[in-house]
Unconditional design. Structure first.
Length: 117
């Protein structure tokens, strides 16, 4: 698993790239404004490394590469999810974009291309 440590700047760029959405809290979550840092759920993280690559302050480490002074953050991340289980967090609303109806557009194009009387 990956671990977020004390340099976390809460900019949440990691939240946006996590493919399994296991970084909390997210912008819009009730405790986002007051959190000291963001946390990774060790039970859900798939070790892809995307968050560490995205982090602007290099606050995220693979568990096995945690510098010794930051070792406590392994438990600090896990403890957050003991209090805020991932499955209890309501998904944020997803912005849906209505795609154009291709069939209608095709029909309009065909009718429009017909011979004029
Ligand atoms: Fe999410 Fe991948 Fe980071 Fe794990 S390593 S928290 S899966 S972005």
């Amino acid at each position: 698993t990956f671990v977020i440590t004390q340099a976390c700047c809460n900019d949440a760029s990691c939240v946006a790239v996590c493919p399994v959405q296991c970084i909390r809290p997210r912008p819009g979550d009730s405790d986002f404004a007051t959190t000291e840092q963001l946390y990774i759920d060790p039970a859900t993280c798939i070790d892809c490394g995307a968050c560490a690559y995205e982090c602007p302050v290099d606050a995220i480490f693979p568990e096995e590469d945690l510098p010794p002074p930051l070792a406590d953050f392994r438990d600090i991340n896990a403890d957050y999810f003991a209090l805020h289980p991932l499955e209890d967090v309501r998904p944020l609303p997803v912005k849906r974009h209505r795609l154009p109806d291709a069939t209608t557009e095709f029909r309009v194009a065909v009718i429009g291309a017909g011979p004029s009387a």
